[in-house]
Design a protein around this ligand. Structure first.
Ligand code: SDX
Length: 429
């Protein structure tokens, strides 16, 4: 195969290099396109554009492959440990015991928030959307760690990463507790990452919440399955913001805002609302599917479809298995799971979805699991953010460690007014 692309513009021939990735994926390197041809490339929503080279995550959307630093996602299912995967994504290798224990200790020691941050929580209406609070409070967090605005070296970066990954749990739990008028539950240094989060969410002053081992394992795996996904909308946002040399906290706060959108991380909330609407008998599964096929309805089958996966999303497959095991263990009988399975069966036998290669994505089953654990629907996307944070941090670090990094500044094609005159107010119609 050639390592060059030939381009002819106005009768003049140009050659552009073709770069090839580890797994053989190829791209035309257009870094010199404008300087050589005077033309730019137009690709709204970047469906055909690679924004960077990255060593973090590999996805093959046709084969349903997802690997973190080369390790297949399925390898983490037997003994899911979110902290281990966070280290792998951020530092590029599986942690040895010393690295793992040191990082875990740093997460434990940094779970608390500055007491003054409670004033900020108190300033929000109790009905405030949790994602609005999370984005604001990650930025606010940086004000209490000004020494981590400028990360001077590996040690400083690890401190910032550990503080964010540890404290996002506390921010999430306090958001939940405040919305219900419950007292804040402080982190317990004896508890590992996920158990400590569940403790801060659900323990009471008069008694601790002790999750079943299956719940701890399921939530570790749910967070792992959300941990990174290459250049998705929110990660690309983190990279874009980080390219201006904005600090890690500000960049991740921007990622939270991008993730909030219902076409992205907000879909897990919309899936449950869709399933509940069918459960209430507002419409049947078939009626919902027919509406999703009708462009004029504005309805989409939430949790279905993906820009990259055109066969199946391996995360959806794993999450469906997790939901079935967890429900069996907890003796949960959630009618929404049956409705989800029914919707999936109808859609996957319908030409509309098959022709467009629309399959369940990560958001289709995740909400059902979070419901079974007792997480309220409006906190689902916050859980997605907790999972995705190590991915955001690893991409921010990969980009900002590159000496060749430049500020991201896309071009455009202007299609507005030609040169026009200013018309004084008195002469305007
Ligand atoms: C996430 O990028 C990532 O990696 C994201 C993510 C991650 O881990 O970061 O995987 C997480 O965001 C998962 C996606 C969650 N969103 C949803 O479940 C919302 C529902 N899905 C759709 O909005 C849509 O499928 C997207 C946003 C996921 C993908 O949109 P694309 O790639 O722009 O696809 P498209 O809109 O161009 O759709 C192609 C066709 C269109 O029909 P035609 O114009 O060809 O006739 O498929 C149709 C669309 O109308 N279509 C759907 C549909 N998704 C696409 N029709 C009905 N229901 C749907 N869900």
């Amino acid at each position: 195969m050639s390592d060059q692309a030939e381009l002819t513009v106005d009768g003049k021939n140009y050659t552009l290099p073709i770069v090839t990735g580890t797994e053989g994926e190829r791209a035309i390197d257009i870094a010199r396109l404008r300087s050589e041809t005077g033309l730019t490339a137009l690709d709204p929503a970047f469906g055909n554009t690679a924004s960077c080279e990255s060593k973090i995550t590999y996805i093959d959307g046709d084969k349903g492959i997802l690997r973190y630093r080369g390790i297949p996602l399925e390898a983490f299912a037997e003994h899911p440990n979110f902290v281990e995967v966070a280290w792998l994504l951020i530092f590029g290798h599986l942690p040895n015991l010393t690295e793992y224990e040191s990082f875990s200790k740093e997460l434990t020691e940094n779970a608390n928030l500055d007491e003054d941050m409670k004033h900020h929580f108190a300033g929000f209406p109790r009905s405030a959307p949790p994602m609005a609070i999370l984005s604001a409070m990650i930025s606010t967090l940086s004000c209490f760690h000004p020494h981590l605005f400028e990360l001077d070296g590996a040690d400083q970066f690890e401190k910032a990463a550990a503080r964010l990954i540890s404290k996002i749990r506390t921010l999430a739990a306090y958001t939940y507790r405040r919305s219900r008028g419950l007292p804040y539950i402080y982190p317990d240094p004896k508890l590992p990452y996920v158990s400590n989060f569940l403790h801060m969410m659900f323990s009471e002053v008069y008694g601790p919440y002790l999750p079943e081992p299956e719940v701890r394992s399921a939530l570790n795996l749910v967070l792992i399955l959300h941990a990174d996904h290459e250049q998705n909308c929110s990660t690309s946002t983190v990279r874009m913001v980080g390219s201006s040399q904005a600090n890690l906290f500000a960049s991740c706060a921007a990622g939270v805002s991008a993730l909030w959108g219902p076409l992205h991380g907000g879909a897990n909330v919309k899936v449950i609302e869709m399933l509940e609407s069918i459960h209430r008998g507002k419409q049947t599964a078939r009626e919902y599917i027919d509406a999703a096929k009708d462009k004029s309805s504005g309805v989409k089958l939430m949790g279905f479809g993906h820009r990259i996966y055109k066969n199946f999303d391996p995360r959806a497959t794993m999450l469906r298995e997790v939901s079935e095991k967890l429900f069996a263990r907890l003796g949960v009988d959630d009618p929404l799971l049956e409705i989800a399975r029914n919707l999936e069966e109808i859609a996957l036998s319908d030409d509309y979805f098959l022709e467009r290669k629309l399959y369940p994505n990560v958001d289709f089953y995740s909400g059902i699991i979070l419901r079974a654990i007792g997480i309220p629907t409006n906190m689902f996307t916050v859980l997605f953010a907790i999972g995705r944070l190590p991915g955001w941090i690893s991409h921010w670090h990969e980009q900002n460690s590159d000496p060749a990094m430049r500020i991201s500044r896309p071009r455009q094609i202007y299609t507005g007014n030609p040169l026009s005159n200013y018309v004084p107010m008195e002469d305007r119609i």
